[in-house]
Design a protein around this ligand. Sequence first.
Ligand code: AMP
Length: 218
Amino acid sequence: MTFEGEYNMKLIMLGAPGAGKGTQAQILSEKFGIPSISTGAIIRGAIKNETPTGKLAKGYIDKGELVPDQVVIGIIKERLSEPDCKGGFILDGFPRTIPQAEALYAMGIEIDKVVDIEVDDDQIIKRLSGRRECPVCGATYHIENNPTKDGKTCDKCHAQLVTRKDDNPETIKSRLDVYHSQTEPLIEFYKGKGNLLEIDGGKTLSEATEDILKALSD
Ligand code: AMP
């Protein structure tokens, strides 16, 4: 499969928490040799390092709420100005609101494709409950759908996997509510721009990857 414009490809991964955005972004990042940028991972790093941004964001992330637009827009502006983004990038978890999407346009960034991974809420709840994360490199796994080789440690850096603090039943519910009210309107927004690819994320991980690659090459 060949990809026209494979280089300098600018992608957005859209979808509910747990839809598989991060996992698919990691796969595409390796395939295309462009960075996958997760605002959630950047924010968790800032919280761990107790930076001013981390301190501000902690209350929101713990409750499953969105961090204010201006804070996240600042984070993404800084990250996209780094040299590794010159050849393209994949945004995982940004934008999550219409003002964030508008801010990307205001930065003069032209997105090639928006990959919307669709999964129903019942499946999302099951997926998030079984999700595990590497605290060192941020790679994500699932105890059944995408386990590590030994079921306990990260395949890449061998750190002991952890369950994210916001992957608990109560916070999962508020994150889903936030997704439906604040992020889902982006589907219509990008449909209107003509660059939305709708992917059935209810399939297996590798089937969804195949569908994404096919949609990107069409
Ligand atoms: P994620 O790792 O993408 O599931 O993000 C985890 C949490 O980080 C979210 O529940 C939000 O609290 C925060 N977050 C990540 N990305 C954004 C964003 N684009 N806008 C606002 N909050 C965000």
